[in-house]
Design a protein around this ligand. Structure first.
Ligand code: SF4
Ligand code: SF4
Ligand code: SF4
Length: 272
């Protein structure tokens, strides 16, 4: 059986978001930050275009390196993409936690460690030399971790990148004071609803049975297997996947574990 992951997206949260602070505009003060990542999840916010204009009428963006030069630190809701992968990231996330009333991890890097965690399975000396050559000593590093391994995270919007729809749904819940929940079922449910031919029929290893839904099964829709960029929906689903792989498909568990490692969905990834 595959061992349970050390981290996966938390169970959906039903509590109300805290009320925004009462500033001169009484609008929630929002900030967007990046740690080690491609910053694709932050950029996805800029790509919202029309929806972003509507959001801008309802919130005040006070700190967003990708989109503005002003900086303010009285923040109601801070969105952070990227993993904690360097000592500087660790300092930064502790500082952001102090300044943000609500902290939201956006994207697989922030929620799971993401592709950054691939380095955790290699020799530190080897990958640092590969990337930085003789200058490696100038670039201190840490094992890549999700934000929640270092500070308390209030909400997670997973995915690589996070989906714009989920981000907008979160912001609307925030503005209306409604609870926000992530789907608590697997990608297979969305895939079946769309009537997509299962990737297992083509001999692929698809993590749809264990991945958290919310992406509308976009990878199988385009003919590729799910690699669980939205994390694992439950330990039970993971255990069942392990059994199915052995008994029904005769798939080597090492291959399943390798797939789980891509986005840090299972940071252990060890066979018992
Ligand atoms: S989750 Fe993906 S898109 Fe988002 S910052 Fe990480 S690598 Fe980039
Ligand atoms: S393709 Fe993947 S997500 Fe779709 S039904 Fe098959 S296993 Fe599930
Ligand atoms: S299908 Fe899987 S890998 Fe693709 S976006 Fe959805 S959760 Fe991520």
């Amino acid at each position: 059986m595959i061992s349970a992951p050390e981290r996966f997206c938390p169970t959906p949260q039903a509590e109300q978001l805290p009320a925004p602070s009462a500033g001169p505009t009484a609008k929630p003060r929002i900030a967007i930050f990046s740690l080690t990542s491609c910053e694709g999840c932050s950029l996805a916010i800029l790509e919202l275009e029309d929806e972003l204009l509507a959001i801008l009428g309802a919130v005040e963006i006070v700190n967003f390196r990708e989109g503005m030069s002003e900086r303010a630190w009285d923040i109601d809701i801070g969105f952070v993409d990227g993993a904690v992968s360097t000592p500087h990231d660790e300092q930064q996330i502790r500082r952001l936690r102090e300044h943000c009333k609500t902290l939201v991890a956006i994207g697989a890097c922030a929620c799971l460690g993401g592709v950054n965690t691939l380095k955790n399975h290699q020799s530190e000396e080897a990958y640092r030399r590969y990337v930085y050559g003789d200058r490696a000593r100038l670039f201190p590093t840490l094992a890549a971790q999700p934000l929640s391994a270092v500070v308390k995270v209030d909400y997670e919007l997973p995915g690589c990148p996070m989906t714009n729809e989920e981000f907008l749904r979160f912001v609307k819940c925030m503005l209306a004071g409604r609870p926000f929940k992530l789907p608590n079922y697997a990608v297979c449910v969305e895939c079946k609803r769309r009537g997509i031919l299962c990737r297992y029929e083509s001999g692929d290893i698809c993590l749809g049975p264990v991945a958290r839904a919310g992406c509308d099964a976009i990878c199988p829709q385009y003919g590729t297997a799910c690699e669980a960029c939205r994390g694992i929906v439950s330990d039970e689903a993971l255990a069942a996947l392990g059994r199915n792989m052995r008994e029904r498909y005769d798939v080597p568990l090492d291959d399943v574990v390798a797939s789980l490692r891509l986005f840090g969905a299972s940071q252990k990834g060890e066979l018992p």
